[in-house]
Design a protein around this ligand. Structure first.
Ligand code: PAF
Length: 281
């Protein structure tokens, strides 16, 4: 695996690669890699792409300073994991490399409604930062395939919209299933920060999502929502939302809609660590 830290070197390498007509698959990450990330790299390999992964903890997408400061950094382990997964190139830029004239000089995008619901409300400015960094990465890497994990459901929608706003018609956005621990907890870099007790309780988020799905024929959503909020609180979670929405648009729904794909979404904090998850049905 080749590692690049500078945009100019990566661009040179990529343009040489393009002359060989290689299909490029891109997996953007913030490091602290886990099996979820590895599954994206494996998918890129099965699609027969030349795989580029980036690790960059993007400061502009953190609305909470302490979340940024505590974000796990495990670069040596990440590199080993990427080599084992068969990644071809790692892009490991500094903040100056990504935002050479400062963050305000990098283009932002308007994601409309997606910035005004759920994560957009709970994390003001978050998607602006995601748009900035992913936009810049896509301009640098110019991939044919972009691999994202469904765990960040709203982010997947934002990035799909970004690709559209940037007019990247030849870019395929591939959304891959959430990878879960045995108790259902969605793999996330933030899970590393959980204490043993917090970790032992965290499976309750998935349990709630499963119960939301299983009661779609038998209950009004407001009843299931209340049960989930109570259960999460009992386990020590501070609940931000337990929500139901139309899967295609993220339009909030008060109750289950027949004949429509729905998505249940949860965001909750335990010991200050914010976890999100979702289930489509
Ligand atoms: O999901 C993430 O890890 C980040 O939001 C992303 C897409 C790498 C942008 O910084």
């Amino acid at each position: 695996m080749v590692i690049f830290k500078h945009v100019v070197d990566l661009r040179k390498y990529m343009s040489a690669l393009r002359t060989k007509s290689a299909k490029v698959g891109f997996v953007p990450t913030m490091g602290a890699l886990h099996e979820g990330h590895v599954s994206l790299i494996r998918k890129a390999k099965t699609d027969d792409t030349f795989v580029i992964c980036s690790i960059f903890i993007n400061p502009t997408q953190f609305n909470d300073k302490s979340d940024f400061e505590k974000y796990p950094v495990t670069t040596e382990d990440d590199i080993e994991m990427l080599i084992n997964a068969g990644c071809d190139v790692l892009f490991l830029p500094s903040v100056d490399e990504m935002y050479p004239g400062g963050a305000t000089t990098v283009r932002g995008y308007d994601f409309g409604f997606l910035e005004q619901t759920l994560e957009g409300v709970q994390r003001p400015g978050h998607f602006h930062g995601v748009g900035q960094v992913v936009g810049r990465l896509l301009e640098i890497v110019e991939p044919h395939y972009l691999y994202l994990g469904q765990k960040d459901y709203q982010q997947c929608m934002v990035i799909t919209m970004l690709v559209d706003l940037m007019g990247l018609k030849g870019l395929n956005v591939v959304i891959c299933p959430t990878v879960r621990e045995q108790d259902g907890l969605a793999m996330s870099s933030r899970n590393r920060r959980l204490t043993e007790t917090q970790r032992s309780r965290a499976g309750v988020i998935y349990q709630c999502l499963v119960s939301i799905e299983s009661k779609r024929e038998s209950s009004h959503f407001s009843i299931v929502q209340k049960e989930c909020m109570d259960l999460l609180s009992t386990k020590g979670f501070e609940v931000e939302y337990v929500a139901l929405a139309e899967a295609d648009t993220l339009q909030p729904a008060d109750d289950y809609l027949k004949d429509k794909a729905m998505v249940a979404l949860i965001a909750a904090k335990i010991g200050g660590i914010r976890l999100i998850d979702n289930l489509v049905f």
